[in-house]
Design a protein around this ligand. Structure first.
Ligand code: SAM
Length: 339
């Protein structure tokens, strides 16, 4: 196991399998058209599995498939099967917008995917349409229902909370989570690359969410646990639990063991990092295992990133990256590096 300059282990790898998405969420992909990664640069499943194997040698035991929308990657179950066969990967998860989930859930589960997180920001079809600019809300709910029906454990529902958009749906979403057997996690709106319309006044803070929920449910207790998971978990008086990911107002950089590999093999040590390591180049020129290990171990040992904490310390906060710069370098986009 290797650790960075703050003692954080290399454990958690988020794998973006495509930069394409079938939604256009205001807070992530507000444009209709994007500069996409060149097709020939996209790593094959075998290349991804080879890199994951090197990462696993260095301590990674948690892998999350993401994107873009991971279910747009053809035959994703094949990659799942390759990764599930790696005995050192103890937790193999996927984050999806759920639109294509109903049709793919059985093959992904059979291939060995341990659990699924579905992003769902609203229970109201009209709001969904306004937020994502697509009319596929019913399909997302069908996807969640398919997971529930099959009894697939570990379902989570992730909701980005935005003032004036869905800030009034916290209670409804918790009740929905209860109904479908999924733990809801509320995410503070973040000023990541891609969120070009971000402003602090749209952020609903963790403190605000808790007081709103306490008004409805009564006293909420924090669940005390040792974990590097991004969500702080809480329990309602009736025993139901939920989480809050407060990256904007109360970042958790000090325990962050996450890094991100883009679909074209660039590795980032922080969601806010502007530079990454090109592992595809090394892989494709035939670099041996030792060289690949060095390319990963050495930047991780030198890692000092605390992106979200640094953002918090800024006097005046504006979107991280302006649209012109995002067009020049799509690697700066959240949808490229995987949320
Ligand atoms: N397409 C998949 C999905 O929708 O879950 C995976 C990729 S998406 C980039 C991963 C997560 O990042 C989603 O839960 C999304 O809501 C979240 N996300 C994107 N932009 C965000 C922002 N500005 N603030 C907070 N979360 C954001």
């Amino acid at each position: 196991m290797i650790a960075d300059t703050l003692g954080r282990p290399l454990r958690n790898l988020r794998l973006s399998v495509t930069d394409r998405c079938n939604l256009r969420c205001q807070y992530c992909m507000p444009e209709e058209e994007y500069v996409w990664l060149p097709r020939e640069d996209i790593l094959s499943f075998e290349e991804i599995a080879r890199l994951v194997d090197v990462f696993a040698d260095l301590g990674v035991d948690k892998v999350r498939l993401t994107g873009g929308e991971p279910l747009l990657r053809k035959d994703l179950h094949r990659l799942v099967a390759l990764l599930a066969a790696n005995p050192r990967i103890h937790d193999l998860a996927m984050t999806t917008n759920g639109v294509l989930l109903a049709e793919h859930a059985p093959s992904l589960r059979a291939a060995g995917l341990h659990r699924v997180t579905v992003s769902l920001d609203t229970l109201r079809p009209e709001r969904f349409k306004a937020l994502t600019r697509r009319d596929t809300h019913a399909r997302v709910l069908e996807g969640i229902e398919a997971v529930r029906r099959s009894g697939w454990p570990g379902l989570k529902i992730d909701t980005v909370v935005m003032r004036g958009v869905n800030g009034d749906e916290l209670v409804e979403l918790i009740e929905y989570g209860r109904k479908v057997g999924g733990e809801v996690r509320f995410i503070e709106y973040m000023d990541v690359g891609g969120a070009t319309a971000w402003s602090m006044d749209q952020v609903v803070s963790r403190a605000e969410m808790l007081s709103e929920l306490e008004r409805r449910y009564g006293r909420i207790e924090p669940i005390v646990e040792r974990s590097s998971a991004p969500a702080d978990r809480f329990r309602l008086p009736d025993g139901a639990s939920f989480g809050i990911i407060s990256s904007t107002t109360s970042p958790f950089c000090r325990t962050c063991d996450r890094s991100r590999l883009t679909a074209d093999g660039v590795w980032y040590l922080c969601l806010y990092a502007t530079r990454g390591t090109d592992l595809r180049e090394a892989l494709r020129r035939g670099a041996g295992r030792e060289e690949l290990e060095g390319l990963i171990a050495s930047p991780w040992r030198g890692r000092a990133d605390r992106g979200a904490e640094e953002r918090l310390g800024m006097a005046e906060r504006r979107p991280l990256i302006q649209i012109g710069e995002l067009k020049r370098d799509p690697h700066l986009e959240m949808h490229t590096r995987g949320g």
